[in-house]
Every structure is written in structure tokens, then in C-alpha cells.
Design a protein around this ligand. Structure first.
Ligand code: HEM
Ligand SMILES: [Cu+2]
Length: 691
């Protein structure tokens, strides 16, 4: 393209700033865009200001930004995901408001298109993925009795590129415009001919960099689970969550590369005038569709499997029972992971291949319902005759069980090519995928957040507000998305910024009210956090086992110490901690205390986060010198880091001993609490043994 015609600042000029469009053309649509841009700017300034005011920069640097501890990296992933969730949800609200107000509306078509493109991209890549990677990061090494993930610095790098890609998404609200091509960015529409602006370039680089981070995370987690399990932790003794984490990580390794390749090829089309996906000169868009969905379909299972893992832990803990059908759940998980690669073609039933092919892929798609049914059965059997407590994670789990069956069934309906010809690209599809993504992914992640929070921070979240938020999510979800099934069956196309047929209007109004309920659910989560932090002293659970947990993460103090275990555990059973409690060898001091080596802090992640952010921005705007400089910074930082002499720090045996003895003393002084009291201040994390 005309890459050489640009000056020092590439394509960047004053008119690229969002406020300039508002000044040229003061309309409601532009006002909304400017407001969003202002929120980004003010939120950034306010955060920086507050951090300076409270003088937290030093701690932030030494405890967090340079940390290689899997627990801290996990928490940072989750904080990032929650910030992005707030943005993604607000965009959903604005879209619902627009469609409820149609045909009059208040947004331009182009602005609406940017909204569904950023919303979809953010929800999938910057909410669901980082949230689940964060939870796996925190929990999985503890569950398998390891000290850290296999490659702690790599973990830091994965976080770095994920965050910098998310920041790039935020910058696109202020400078320039985002893509209008949806989260799947189909060419040739996103090619240079039809989208000459910078929008698709923002999408491409955010996807390429965060995708690289996710692939590396997949490798890191897979190696960790295969290689770093404590003595005795045979595969079939691993907690269910670790199995789902393993399958999901393998999906990360194999599913993300086709996406990165597709996005880079689209980049070649746009930057260097290649013709992979154009309509002429030998290009063929279907190659993109195949690559994209070769990633895209496994991706949805990559998202949902860890949530299955969370629900498995939640069902068994809050029913005080062993997980029913453990092995069948493992095989169901693994077969879902494999099958997920064999169905991608159902995303283009209507794009002209033969009926035979459609039938084969239709049947393959329906097959996934079989292992999923096995799981639903196992979860219900786990609850049967259990001592069930309706805590916040359990409300999410039960809501999931009911709603996910509905979402799954609508998926089976869509898997029938003849039906799909009628409803593809209508709101029926939008209802279906939100029906699986919200109860199936988001509820799982929020359940995990409520469930493991006390382990991470040493105090429980307020359960009343947690339950309220879960109910609001369930009610809001149903009200927002069930009407879309109706509107879709009546023929309302997806991605329409307006419509003339007023039959759709009542559906859209109900959906908008439902979206407000979801907003209330989000606000409740924030309130819950604030209230819980304020009342943290009454809710502390330092002993570390507030829910009578069954796996190893509950066998250590809360918050978990940096070295995880004073001595690596040795397990002889599934549900290792329950076993230890029953046999009476929980809360024993190690026989000998030995020094522990842990990886030292490393500034590499932070440097890479900044440099890759600058690199992406430079690439989007064709600022070639800046791209070169930042690429060199990345390269030199990586090389320099490999020359670090001392990469380990030592925790002395004496320190371990005094920590452990203090904690064991606390256990002795604590009152064991019954399950009925688990959400009262009496619960200090010492669960009474019950049979
Ligand atoms: C408050 C909750 C939410 C609301 C109100 C909402 C609303 C919407 C709307 C209005 C669209 C555009 C639909 C269309 O006309 O094609 C959309 C698309 C989408 N949403 Fe959501 N959404 C919500 C939550 C989520 C969540 C939690 C996820 C994923 C984890 C998600 C993923 C997507 C995706 C992938 C698209 C497709 C974007 C595209 O077509 O390119 N949404 N959503
Ligand atoms: Cu699919």
C-alpha cells in the first residue's frame, strides 16, 4: 500500500483523535464515542494519580509488575479481565439501547459496527481468556502440589503481551477507529479495498500479540501439568479442574496458531498488497473462513472446559461429596477437546459446499452433545444426597446447569444444516452463543472467583452480595437473551443497527431491560468487593480451608505463601486433602525443613508490555521508525535477560520453619467450624471434619 507516502507520524494526525470528529460533527453518536474516549483518558489519569497519592508505586513494582509468582500473575490476569469485562458489558448495553430505540436510534451504522466488533473481540480474547488463564494460573500449580508453573518468566511474558493488546484496544477508543468487521474480521471486507482505515489493523495486531501470549501459556500449563506434579499425583488422581486445564491448554497450543496465521496473512494483504483473501487476482476468502474457524470452534471449548472444571470442584465441595463419575468426566472432557476440532465447518453451512459435507459436519457437531450430557448427569449425581449449601458459587453452578442445557439444545438445532439455512445470521444465533458463553463460561469464572478468593486474599467475599449478584446475572441473562431467540425466528438479522419492522421492537425493549439487570449484577460485584474488603477482619480464614475443600490448595494457609508448600506434598488418593483430614495427617509439620529456591523478580515482563504496546501502535499507524525501535528494545531486553546471573532467590529453612510453626499454632488455637457456619465470622478456615 502507500506505506511510503506518510510522514514521521505515519497516518497519525489531529483528526485521528476521537474528539476531533465530535467537533466537526457534534451528533449523539459522536458524543457517545467521545464520552468513551474521555472515560479511558480520565480513568487512566485517575488511576495514575491515586497510585501516586497513596505511594504504591514501589510496592507495585517490587511485588507485582516484576513478579514471577504464578499466583500474582494469575491475580493480575483476573484484574485485567474484570476491567475489560466492564467495558465489554457497557458496549453490550449501548447496543441493546440502540436496538431498543430503533428505528430512530442514536448511533451511526458505522459506530454500531465498531461496537459489536470491539465487544465480541474483547469478550472472547480479553475477558474470557485472561480470566480463565488467571484462575488456572492461580489454582492449578497449587492443586498439583507444585511450587510454580514450569516457565515462570514465560508466564510473565504471556501476561505482558495480553495486557498490551488489551491496552491497544483501549487506545483505539481514543485514537482512530476500530474495525467494523466483527470479531471474526472476515475479508475481503476487512481487506484494504473495503476497509482502508486503521480499524482492521488494530484488530490484527491485538489478535496476533495476545494470541502469541495464549499459545505460550498453553505450552507453559501443559508442561507444568505433565512435569511438575508432586509425588504420587498420578493423572487419575488430579483434581478435575486440572484435567480441564490440561485439555484447555492443549487446545491453546493447537487452536491459536491458525488464527495467528490467518490474521498475519490478512495483514500481508493489507500492508503489502498480497492477495490471499481478495476477491480477485487469485485470492479466496474461504481460505480465511477455514483458518478462522479451525481456531474459532475449538476456542469456544477452550473457554468452556475450565469452567466445567470449576463447576466440578464447586458441585463436589458444596455438596460435601466426592465427584461422581470422575473418570467419565475425564474422558468426556478429552473427547470434547478432540471433537471440537472436527466441526468447524458448521460456521459456513450456507456458503456453498455440498450437502454431503454439510451433513457430515452437522452430525459431528451433534456428537458433542453426548459427552456434554454425560457431564450434566455426573454433576447432578454429585449433588444427589449431598450436604448442599446454596453459596454464591453454587448458585452460579445450578444456574449454569439449567441454562446451559437450553443453550446446548439450541446448538443442536443449529447443527442441522437445513435449519441453519433459515436462522443463520439472525439473532437466534446471537441468543445461542450468549446462552452458552454467559452461563457456560462467565458463570464458571465468577463462581471460581467467589470460590478461590479466600485462598488468594485470606478473607471471604460477602456471600449475600455474591448470591444476589448471581441471581441478577441469571435473571438478567434470561431477560436479555431469550427474547433474541424469538426475534431471530421472526427473521431479525444480527448486526443490524436499526430495523423498519416494528414487530421486533417489544423483543428489543425487553432485552434492553434485561441488559440493565445485568448491569446491576456487575455493580453488585463491585459493591461486594468493596464491602468485603472493608469487613475483611471479620471474614479472615487464615487457616486456609473455609469450605472443607478436597484438593491440595486448601491444605495450606490463606493467603497462600510465596513458596506454596513448606514441603511438597505426597498423595496416595484422589481428593488428597480430604483423605489427609480423614486419616488425621492434615496439618502436620514437615519432617525436615529444606531451603527453597524460587525464581527472582524480573523486569522483562514489564519492559515487554510497554515495548510491545508501542510496537503494535506503530504498526497500526505505519510509524515505521518507531516500530523498528520498539522491536529492537524487545529483542535486546530478551537477550539481556538471558544473561542474568542470579535468577533464583532462596527461602531459608529457618524461615519456612517459623512460618509453618506459627500457622500450625494457629490451627491448634482455632475452633473447627461446622458447615452451617461456613459463612459466619466463626469460620476462620478450619473446617470441622464430617462424615
Ligand atoms: C451484558 C451482557 C451482554 C450483552 C448485553 C451483549 C450484547 C451483544 C450484542 C448486542 C451483540 C451484537 C449482536 C449482533 O447483532 O450481532 C453481541 C455480540 C457478541 N457478543 Fe455479546 N453481550 C453480552 C455479553 C457477552 C459475553 C459475556 C460474551 C463472551 C464471553 C459475548 C460475546 C459476544 C460475541 C462473540 C459477539 C459477536 C460479535 C460479532 O458479531 O462480531 N457477549 N453481544
Ligand atoms: Cu462452532
Amino acid at each position: 500500500m502507500n506505506s511510503v507516502d506518510h510522514g514521521w507520524l505515519g497516518k497519525l494526525n489531529w483528526d485521528s483523535i476521537v474528539f476531533s470528529s465530535f467537533l466537526h460533527n457534534p451528533s449523539v453518536s459522536e458524543a457517545v464515542a467521545s464520552a468513551a474516549g474521555s472515560i479511558v483518558i480520565f480513568a487512566t489519569l485517575a488511576t495514575l494519580g491515586l497510585m501516586t497519592w497513596y505511594r504504591v508505586w514501589g510496592t507495585l513494582w517490587s511485588e507485582w509488575l516484576t513478579s514471577t509468582d504464578h499466583k500474582k500473575i494469575g491475580i493480575m490476569y483476573i484484574v485485567f479481565a474484570l476491567v475489560m469485562l466492564a467495558r465489554g458489558l457497557l458496549e453490550g448495553m449501548v447496543m441493546r439501547a440502540q436496538q431498543a430505540a430503533a428505528p430512530d436510534g442514536f448511533l451511526y451504522a458505522d459506530h454500531f459496527a465498531q461496537l459489536f466488533s470491539t465487544h465480541g473481540t474483547i469478550m472472547v480474547f480479553f475477558v474470557a481468556v485472561p480470566f480463565l488463564v488467571g484462575i488456572i494460573n492461580y489454582v492449578m500449580p497449587l492443586q498439583i502440589g507444585a511450587r510454580d508453573v514450569a516457565f515462570p518468566v514465560l508466564n510473565q511474558l504471556s501476561l505482558a503481551v495480553t495486557v498490551s493488546s488489551g491496552l491497544l484496544m483501549m487506545v483505539s477508543l481514543v485514537v482512530g477507529e476500530f474495525s467494523t468487521g466483527g470479531w471474526s474480521a472476515y475479508p475481503p471486507y476487512t481487506g484494504a479495498d473495503f476497509s482502508p482505515g486503521v480499524g482492521p489493523d488494530y484488530w490484527i495486531w491485538a489478535i496476533v500479540f495476545s494470541g502469541a501470549g495464549t499459545t505460550l501459556t498453553g505450552i507453559n500449563f501443559t508442561v507444568t501439568i505433565l512435569k511438575c506434579r508432586c509425588p504420587g499425583m498420578r493423572p487419575f488422581r488430579m483434581p478435575m479442574f486440572c484435567w480441564t486445564a490440561l485439555c484447555s491448554s492443549i487446545l491453546m497450543i493447537f487452536a491459536l496458531p491458525p488464527l495467528s496465521v490467518a490474521a498475519l496473512m490478512l495483514g500481508l494483504d493489507r500492508y503489502l498488497d498480497f492477495h490471499f483473501f481478495t476477491n480477485d487476482l487469485g485470492g479466496n476468502m474461504m481460505n480465511y473462513a477455514n483458518l478462522f474457524w479451525l481456531f474459532g470452534h475449538p476456542e469456544v471449548y477452550l473457554l468452556v472446559l475450565p469452567a466445567y472444571g470449576v463447576f466440578s470442584e464447586v458441585f463436589s465441595t458444596f455438596s460435601a461429596k466426592r465427584l461422581y463419575g470422575y473418570k467419565s468426566l475425564v474422558f468426556a472432557t478429552a473427547s470434547i477437546a478432540v471433537l471440537s476440532f472436527t466441526v468447524w465447518l458448521h460456521h459456513f453451512f450456507t456458503m456453498g459446499q455440498s450437502p454431503t459435507i454439510n451433513i457430515v459436519f452437522g452430525i459431528a457437531t451433534m456428537l458433542i452433545a453426548v459427552p456434554t450430557g454425560v457431564k450434566v448427569y455426573d454433576w447432578m449425581a454429585t449433588m444427589y444426597r449431598g450436604r448442599i449449601r446454596f453459596t454464591a458459587p453454587m448458585i452460579y453452578a445450578i444456574g449454569f446447569l439449567i441454562l446451559f442445557v437450553i443453550g446446548g439444545l439450541t446448538g443442536v438445532i443449529l447443527a442441522n444444516p437445513t435449519v441453519d439455512f433459515q436462522v443463520h445470521n439472525t439473532l437466534f444465533l446471537v441468543a445461542h452463543f450468549h446462552n452458552v458463553l454467559i452461563p457456560g463460561v462467565l458463570f464458571g469464572l465468577l463462581a471460581g472467583y467467589n470460590y478461590w478468593f479466600p485462598k488468594a486474599f485470606g478473607f471471604r467475599l460477602n456471600d449475600k452480595l455474591g448470591r444476589l449478584s448471581a441471581f441478577l446475572w441469571i435473571a438478567g441473562f434470561m431477560m436479555t437473551f431469550f427474547p433474541l431467540y424469538g426475534a431471530g425466528l421472526l427473521g431479525m438479522p444480527r448486526r443490524s443497527f436499526s430495523y423498519m419492522d416494528l414487530t421486533f421492537k417489544p423483543f428489543m425493549v425487553v432485552a434492553f431491560i434485561g441488559a440493565m439487570v445485568i448491569l446491576a449484577a456487575l455493580i453488585t460485584i463491585v459493591v461486594q468487593l468493596i464491602v468485603s474488603v472493608r469487613n475483611r477482619n471479620q471474614n479472615r480464614v487464615p487457616v486456609g480451608d473455609p469450605w472443607d475443600g478436597r484438593s491440595l490448595e486448601w491444605s495450606i494457609p490463606a493467603p497462600a505463601p510465596s513458596y506454596n508448600f513448606a514441603q511438597l506434598p505426597r498423595v496416595t488418593e484422589r481428593d488428597a486433602f480430604t483423605e489427609a483430614k480423614e486419616q488425621g495427617y492434615a496439618y502436620q509439620p514437615p519432617k525436615v525443613y529444606r531451603d527453597i529456591e524460587l525464581p527472582k523478580n524480573n523486569p522483562l515482563g514489564f519492559i515487554l508490555c510497554v515495548a510491545s504496546g508501542v510496537l503494535m501502535f506503530a504498526l497500526v499507524w505505519y510509524i515505521w521508525w518507531l516500530a523498528l525501535v520498539s522491536a529492537l528494545v524487545i529483542l535486546s531486553a530478551v537477550i539481556a535477560s538471558s544473561f542474568r546471573w542470579e535468577s533464583e532467590r532462596v527461602i531459608l529453612a529457618s524461615e519456612l520453619q517459623s512460618d509453618t510453626e506459627r500457622w500450625l499454632g494457629l490451627v491448634k488455637r482455632s475452633q473447627a467450624v461446622d458447615r452451617d457456619l461456613e459463612n459466619t465470622p466463626q469460620n476462620t478456615g478450619y473446617a470441622k471434619l464430617e462424615h
